[in-house]
Design a protein around this ligand. Sequence first.
Ligand code: MG
Length: 272
Amino acid sequence: MPIQLLRSLALITLLAPAATLIARQATAPASTQAPSTGNAKPEDTEVWEPVPKAVTPGDTCGAAPSDAIILFDGKNLDEWVSVRDKSPAKWTVADGVLTVSKSEGNIETKRSFKNYQLHIEWKVPADITGTGQARGNSGVFLASTGPGDAGYELQVLDSYNNKTYVNGMAGSLYKQAIPLANPGRKPGEWQTYDVVWTAPVFNEDGTLKTPAYATVFFNGVVVENHYELKGETRYIGKPFYKAYSSAPIKLQAHGDKSEPLSFRNIWVRELE
Ligand code: MG
């Protein structure tokens, strides 16, 4: 073996442990050992600014707080348009409740959102018929990225006593995230979703910078815990991301023959 090669090999052998150590240090998790506090004072770790904005909470847990954007309060559909042609939404509003009009297709908010907290209540009619995905199917698209069912669907379905694929039951992020529990109520009873949505972020060339995350409480029970989405939810095929900057929230008029669902008390709080 030439002497130069031998020298190089010796150098690599010498440096390798150091390089491994550096690599380990770079990826090492945060220390769990309490550091010595030395002469540190309690004040050193106090943060006083910026002061969080004051928000008046709703009278009850589901009621809109003072800084919420009210998307539906039982009166009208002023905040909504038809997905098909962006004309005023024509679902039925009666007795403070919004009911799906299947022939009118999906509706979405006029406003677009990035990150937010969402509250929405829904009810499967007591006289619901059908089975599986054809029994009280609707959906809340946390971001509507195009026509039809394009986007990220939080499934709405009668899952009280209705077998279907578990990544398509109520509380699922459709065909991606199985709910952690099934706290669904009987048809005829109101149910709630409280969602924290972290929108995906894209680079200028359209590639993914950071993925979308969703946390979902279903009737107060956590069913999705900071779930990292693999892309848009899709009926057929694997999910993938499609760049967008902000998007409406969409409600689904599902084409099955079962009786239409109702919604009420929909509000959103934008987050940084
Ligand atoms: Mg659906």
